[in-house]
Write a protein that binds this ligand. Structure first.
Ligand code: ADP
Length: 370
């Protein structure tokens, strides 16, 4: 049962209650004077986290609360705020008295006078140290597991090569030495075994190549124009046979893993030629938009296109959408492309219309973390 005077007392004390909540909130709160940029008020949580007494925080410039690495971004967020933009979940770093970084998400609300001028702002900083720590542990874990898996793929595919070589050489010997003694049916069976062994060899080589991508390589300056030029030269037969036309805009020089980037363009151009529409010569166009922090490449074709519900599936290992007899392949090329983008911290995706064509997009950051 509630004491009769409790509600009256609660209502009378609501400022006090509000202040208690404010002071003990799990988030850090500050109110800042818009003109001077100095802190007018803050809660206990902030004082505890940065290990500075409240009295020393109050009156100091808000910018001093940020770690030097974050101050430039804090300034630009402040400019966005004064320009009237909504500030939500901006990732910044505060600094403690001892110089330690506290990663935070910043949200800001404005308080205005009758003329709609901002008088002060209320900022809320959410400490995301634990989330970031967890994220980095999960990332390390996934990377370690991926490494284990890759080693397994490497060993398995490497060791499978030997018995396969034996099978292939004995098929050859059988055909060579017993050709006269084998009837037509036996020869047909042998041909099937030979084709199967050949396919298996391609798959195993594909797996081996996959586990080798990004191993023991250095970042270097790569001229994408010269890569495209080389690929066109290498593929001149396929281009001629299919009456294909490949056009490219001026592409950037990037800092990347050269062999992997070449393989990436090669796979995408090869597919753009291969998945052409019946009786329609392939038209392939390559372009790149240079953005602030990344390059956005696009390789478009006028081929058979890809159904909307399969746009993500095609980057999985061994995933193929078409009839094997019509379009040759093993479903490895795009898995390679995905891994190449992973090692560059980039992204790959496709937009497409069935019977109209596809555009493969990939982004590469201008600066790649090693
Ligand atoms: P493969 O080419 O050996 O079949 P990929 O991994 O390169 O393997 O491609 C996977 C599948 O994605 C292909 O089998 C095809 O169904 C689809 N695909 C890839 N590129 C294109 C394209 N440019 N146009 C239409 N479909 C494509």
């Amino acid at each position: 049962m509630m004491y009769p005077g409790a509600i009256t007392q609660l209502l009378n004390d609501k400022n006090h209650i509000y202040y208690q909540l404010y002071d003990n909130s799990p988030d850090m709160h500050v109110s800042v004077d818009s003109e001077s940029g100095k802190i007018l008020m803050c809660n206990k949580t902030l004082s505890k986290k940065v290990n500075i007494p409240k009295d020393d925080i109050i009156g100091s410039p808000i910018l001093d609360m940020y770690h030097p690495d974050s101050r430039e971004k804090a300034m630009s967020v402040f400019k966005m705020f004064t320009a009237g933009k909504k500030i939500e979940n901006q990732r910044l770093d505060l600094i403690t008295k001892g110089g330690k970084k506290i990663p935070v998400l910043l949200n800001v609300d404005a308080f205005r006078d009758e003329e709609n001028n901002i008088t002060f702002s209320n900022s809320c900083w959410r400490d995301i140290s634990e989330i970031e720590q967890l994220k980095s542990e999960i990332k390390d874990n996934v990377q370690a597991k991926n490494k284990e898996l890759e080693e397994f793929v490497y060993i398995a595919s490497h060791d499978l090569q030997e018995p396969l070589r034996t099978i292939s050489s004995f098929i050859e010997l059988l055909k060579l030495e017993y050709n006269d003694q084998l009837d037509e049916e036996a020869l047909t069976y042998l041909n099937f075994i030979e084709t199967g062994a050949g396919n298996m060899k391609n798959i195993i080589t594909g797996l081996l190549d996959f586990s080798r991508i990004g191993k023991d390589v250095e970042l270097e300056e790569v001229d994408c124009n010269s890569i495209i030029h080389d690929i066109i030269t290498d593929y001149h037969l396929a281009i001629k046979e299919n009456d294909a036309e490949i056009t490219s805009e001026l592409l950037p020089h990037i800092n990347a893993y050269s062999t992997a980037i070449r393989l990436l363009f090669q796979n995408l151009i090869n597919n753009a030629i291969k998945f052409k529409k019946f009786n329609t010569p392939p038209e392939i166009h390559i372009e790149c938009i240079t953005k602030e922090e990344e390059y956005h490449f696009m390789i478009s074709d006028n081929g058979i296109g890809i159904p909307k519900d399969k746009l993500n599936d095609i980057f999985k290992f061994f995933k193929r959408l078409n009839n094997k007899s019509q379009y040759k392949g093993h479903g490895i090329g795009l898995a390679h492309c995905k891994k190449i983008l992973d090692i560059h911290d980039g992204k790959i995706w496709v937009t497409s219309e069935v019977n109209e064509g596809s555009t493969f997009h990939f982004t590469l950051p201008k600066t790649i973390k090693k």
